[in-house]
Structure formats: C-alpha cells, structure tokens
Design a protein. Structure first.
Length: 381
C-alpha cells in the first residue's frame, strides 16, 4: 500500500488502482449499518458523486474502498493556483448536482471541503466522503478545518442541508481565491479565530474577472445566518444568449443561473420524514403591540481570587455562544471560549490590573457586555 495522505481521522492509501481509506478502529454496529445504507443509496446515483465500492477490514480496522482519483481541489489549487471563473462555475454546477442527488436519497455530506472535492483522470470533478455517521464515529480535533464548517454547526455540532450549502460556498470561495473564507491571521489565537468564524461576514471576492452573479451566489452560500443562506432565483444573472463575441465573458454567469436553480431545489427538497409529516398549522400573526427586547449580556462584578478572577454573567437569549475577552489595563485583549456556559475562571497575575467583558454570538449577531475591571483598572473599549 502506498500512503497518499493523512486526514483528521483516517489515512488514505493507493492499493491496486483503488483508494483505501483506513480508519483507526472498527465501526460499531450502528455506524456500520449507516455506512452500508449510504453506500447503497449513493451507488444508484448518476450524479458526480464518488461512491464507496465496498467496506473492508484491514488489520482489524474498517476501511472504505473507492475509485482512485488524480488529485483533490486542495492539491490542484496548491499546485496551479486559483481556478478561472469558468472552471469555478462548472465546478459549482457539478457539486450542486451531487448534493441535490444525495439529498434526494436522504444522504447528507456533512463536511464539504477542498480535500474531498476530487478530480478523475478525465478532469471530471466528483464529491467524496459523504455521511454523518463516519464523522461521528471517531474522536477528532473539533477545530480541524473550522474554516469550512458553518457557524451553526461549529456552535452546536449539528449538521444539516444548510451546512452543506455553506461548505459548497467555502469550496467555491477557495477555488476562486486560493484561500479559505476565514484565513488565519498572524498572531491570532484559536479562540479569536473561532469567534471570527462564528460572527464575522466573509469579505466579498475582489477578483476583477469574476462575474457579479458568481460572487453574489457564493456570498449567499456563506451567510453566517443559515436562514439567509437560501438563494433567490431573481438574483441569478441573465441566461439569455449574448452576442457571440461575448460568449466567453458571459458563460460563467449562465452557469451560475443553472447552479442557482439547482441549489434552490436542494434547499427546498424535504427529507423523507419531512415529506411524510402533515403540514404544520399556520402560526398566528405576530402582535404589533409588543416587540422582542434587544439581546443583552450583563457581566456581574468580577471576583478577585488573587491568581485568578471568577466571572459570571446573564443574558436574555438562551441560544448565545459566549467568549470572555480580557486584557491588562492598557494592553492587548485575549479571548477564552465559554461556549454556552455563563461562568468562567480566568487565570491572572497577582497585583496587575485587568479588564473583562463577555461577548455573545448568534448567527451574524454579536453583542458585548460592558467591560468591568478588578484592582482599580480603568476599562475602555
């Protein structure tokens, strides 16, 4: 076996003209059943999906045998640089068809990234590594590849169809720019990057040769709020045939129009259990007499423990994801994740003046408490 690469959990080998993805142990019964079910469903598709040929056991560990492809999108961009708008539009159409076809047989991907977009020897792109069960079977670094994960999935660990839409947008953004939507910054701490992925909008693609329709479609896919991740058909660029001398310039826009239509169907297509369920009763119209109060985070007075400071806070929204920002008076801030907890102990140096605030995020909304200090610190933001 010839080692091709290491993933966050499995190793991939070239074996006799096939690719063998070897996991660190055996699947439990539930995972194995889910893998076999997804394999059977995907094998029936004619879409650009790379199916699992069979499940094997290698040295006591489960492995998935698949067709051996030439290279991944990640390797191609590393080797040759970003793709042209025409290539990205075609790639977006192919990946959209793959996700739609899988969705129609009730299979989610759950982790679309440049590493599982593969190119066959013919140059045809295919999407590999479908399935939620395998991703949950073995422990992995929860922060691995966070730049390809939707904010709500990073926050809750739950993946759905809109998670795959975000992953598709991230892949197309990478294909056009050579960078993830949230590239790391020099000196940035992991917690700060997590907060940026959770709350910051992705900057618009600035390549001058990229049609507006293509960049708009990708921007929609990367909306931090999953409710805003749907695509409006009237935003698609015109698909009507332009004069012949401008065919190359407008071809990506026409491809985007097709991809948009496919993606709208993808988001709207219900899963089997949703199709079987009766329609919900219409909700009563909201009352105009009252409105929801603004979201607030209130930091209690910090408790000085000499070598640490104990923090507690309250908020009027149970779905906020929290982080503590603290700094020495007059210095640079540092960030600690608190997730959904409402208390945090922060280690500090005895005798120094510190300031603290709590930041809450929910989709693209970010709220902060007023800063509070210990030991007489004057805290300004």
């Amino acid at each position: 076996m010839n080692l091709l690469g290491h993933g966050p959990v499995a190793d991939v080998y070239a074996v006799g003209g096939s690719a063998l993805k070897v996991f660190p142990g055996r699947f439990d019964r539930r995972t194995l059943a889910a893998v076999e079910r997804d394999r059977a469903r995907l094998a029936r598709l004619s879409a650009p999906v790379l199916p699992v040929e069979r499940v094997e056991v290698v040295d006591g560990r489960h492995a998935l045998r698949m067709e051996l492809c030439g290279e991944s999108l990640a390797k191609r961009v590393e080797r040759a640089g970003p793709l042209s708008p025409e290539e990205v539009a075609a790639l977006g159409g192919a990946l959209s068809r793959a996700l739609v076809a899988a969705r129609r047989v009730d299979v989610l991907h759950g982790g679309v990234s440049p590493s599982n977009v593969l190119f066959r020897g013919t140059g045809e792109p295919v999407l590999a590594d479908f399935g939620i069960a395998v991703r949950q079977a073995f422990r992995r670094d929860p922060l691995h590849g966070i730049e390809w994960v939707s904010p709500e999935t990073l926050r809750t660990g739950v993946a759905d169809a809109r998670t795959d839409l975000y992953g598709l947008g991230a892949v197309l953004h990478f294909a056009l720019t050579g960078e993830s939507p949230h590239p790391s910054r020099i000196g940035e701490m992991t917690a700060e990057r997590v907060l940026r992925v959770l709350g910051d909008p992705v900057p618009a693609i600035s390549r001058p040769d990229v049609p507006v329709g293509l960049s708009t479609a990708i921007g929609r896919l990367l909306a931090p709020d999953p409710a805003k991740r749907s695509l409006q058909a009237d935003e698609a660029p015109p698909a009507a045939g332009p004069p012949r001398r401008r065919v190359r310039r407008w071809w990506p826009a026409a491809a985007v129009a097709v991809a948009l239509a496919v993606l709208v169907a993808f988001v709207a297509w219900p899963r089997a259990e949703e199709r079987a369920a009766p329609p919900p009763s219409p909700a009563p119209p909201p009352s105009s007499a009252t409105s929801a109060p603004p979201v607030e985070v209130v930091l209690d007075e910090p408790t000085d423990l000499v070598d640490a400071v104990s923090l507690t806070w309250t908020a009027n929204d149970d779905k906020l994801f929290f982080a503590v920002v603290y700094w020495v008076e007059g210095g640079q801030g540092e960030t600690l994740l608190a997730e959904r907890n409402r208390a945090k102990k922060v280690s500090v140096e005895a005798g120094r003046k510190y300031c603290f605030l709590v930041r809450g995020t929910k989709g693209d909304r970010v709220v902060e408490s007023r800063p509070k200090g210990v030991r007489g610190a004057v805290c300004r933001r």
